[in-house]
Design a protein around this ligand. Structure first.
Ligand SMILES: *[C@@H]1O[C@H](CO)[C@@H](O)[C@H](O)[C@H]1NC(C)=O
Ligand SMILES: *[C@@H]1O[C@H](CO)[C@@H](O)[C@H](O)[C@H]1NC(C)=O
Length: 382
């Protein structure tokens, strides 16, 4: 018995040793912090670290004991980078250097993305986001857009109505991506004074709504109760999403961090008035997540796999209604994004070091590294 215990300890030590060799996605690649793919590394919710990443809420209102997401990779532990951004009373801009500016985050997506802005604004400033773009939608009721500015961060959400380039869209809320995206950039630059440092995009729930949510009917009036999204739908979705992601890539400065995120599975509803009445909701969300990962990674976008993070949490813990995760979850995803942004900046700085100072092999490594994080080749800058 005792020997077995000892054996177990030795084996565990071996396992722990092995886990320090973390996956980088590239064979034979050493991990550096700039190389951690925080958004896709396998991880789990640590109950012993509860709230280590986020400040205790002033009241005990919501989710008081939500655990903390961490990758298992010992060299790629998430740091609590969100905390200083939430300290809104601190009126200094981030960084000490002369050219330090507030971090700019521009999000394109749906009402889940809006929650990043909403919960950040509530946590940092104790207020709701300000109006961002209106873009003649007549959709005030959906509260889909907003901007929140603190001395350290500008974060804004612009709506896109699915990956479809020309509609029709769910509930006739018409934010065609190829019109809404340039409008979002323009409004962001006006409000923030410069281009965003980080641009994130997601499209999934409204694509499903578009297929299913007209009282259980497809938008064309027929009923579609298929487990698998049709092949031609998937093909067209990927083509459309490729067009959208390529458009963004060509629109932003070269050192912008570009991010796609997958989505969690919402709570299924039998209510024909709710969009979550798709009988194969879980499958369809995952099918579109897979397609999104493929398009995003093909175009060298970074990925945050919200589906994987949410899969380990019950819907009761995760969601505040049928569709939307609560503040703890959303702010932890934002913290993942901030860690990615810091790693990206480190990678950029490393890549900018004068080439002469680097030995051949090292330089090759750096270039490979920057090749992932920075988009090379012709860019159409404004
Ligand atoms: C929060 O809950 C804890 C434990 O239930 C309690 O000790 C504490 O006083 C509460 N704090 C506030 C501000 O209500
Ligand atoms: C792709 O975009 C085209 C052009 O707007 C549209 O007709 C089609 O429905 C879209 N397909 C999907 C699956 O988004």
């Amino acid at each position: 018995m005792r020997q077995q215990g000892l054996l177990a300890i030795i084996c565990l030590a071996g396992v722990l040793h092995v886990t320090t060799a973390c996956p980088t996605g590239l064979a034979g690649e050493e991990v550096t912090s700039a190389r951690c793919h925080y958004g896709t590394l396998p991880g789990g919710w640590l109950q012993t670290e509860r709230r280590a990443l986020l400040p205790e809420p002033a009241d005990n209102s919501t989710h008081a004991v939500f655990p903390v997401w961490q990758p298992f990779c010992g060299k790629c532990q998430l740091k609590p980078l969100l905390t200083p951004y939430l300290a809104a009373a601190d009126a200094e801009t981030r960084g000490n250097s002369k050219d330090a500016h507030p971090l700019g985050l521009l999000l394109f997506g749906d009402s889940v993305d809006f929650r990043f802005v909403k919960y950040f604004c509530q946590s940092a400033l104790g207020q709701e986001p300000s109006a961002f773009t209106v873009f003649d939608s007549g959709s005030e009721w959906l509260k889909l857009q907003g901007i929140c500015k603190t001395p350290r961060m500008t974060i804004a959400k612009q709506h896109i109505s699915a990956a479809s380039l020309s509609g029709p869209y769910w509930a006739d809320i018409d934010f065609s991506p190829l019109l809404a995206i340039p409008h979002g950039f323009e409004m962001f630059e006006k409000a923030h004074g410069r281009a965003p440092d980080v641009v994130s995009i997601a499209s999934n729930f409204w694509d499903i709504s578009r297929e299913f949510a007209m009282g259980g009917m497809r938008i064309d009036g027929t009923i579609l109760q298929q487990e698998f999204l049709p092949d031609d739908f998937m093909r067209h979705w990927m083509n459309n999403f490729t067009t959208i992601l390529t458009y963004i890539k060509e629109r932003v400065p070269e050192d912008t961090l570009l991010v796609y995120h997958t989505l969690h599975v919402p709570h299924q509803s039998a209510d024909l008035g709710m969009w979550e009445n798709d009988p194969f909701l879980s499958q369809h969300v995952k099918q579109l997540n897979a397609a999104g990962r493929h398009v995003a990674q093909s175009l060298h976008y970074h990925v945050i796999d919200i589906e994987a993070m949410a899969a380990q949490v019950s819907k009761g813990t995760l969601l505040v209604d049928n569709t939307h995760p609560g503040p703890d979850f959303m702010m932890q995803v934002l913290n993942v994004l901030l860690n990615m942004e810091q790693g990206h900046r480190e990678a950029l700085q490393a890549a900018r070091k004068p080439a002469s100072k680097l030995a051949g092999y090292l330089r090759w490594q750096q270039e490979k590294l920057s090749g992932h994080a920075i988009f090379k080749g012709h860019r159409r800058l404004r």
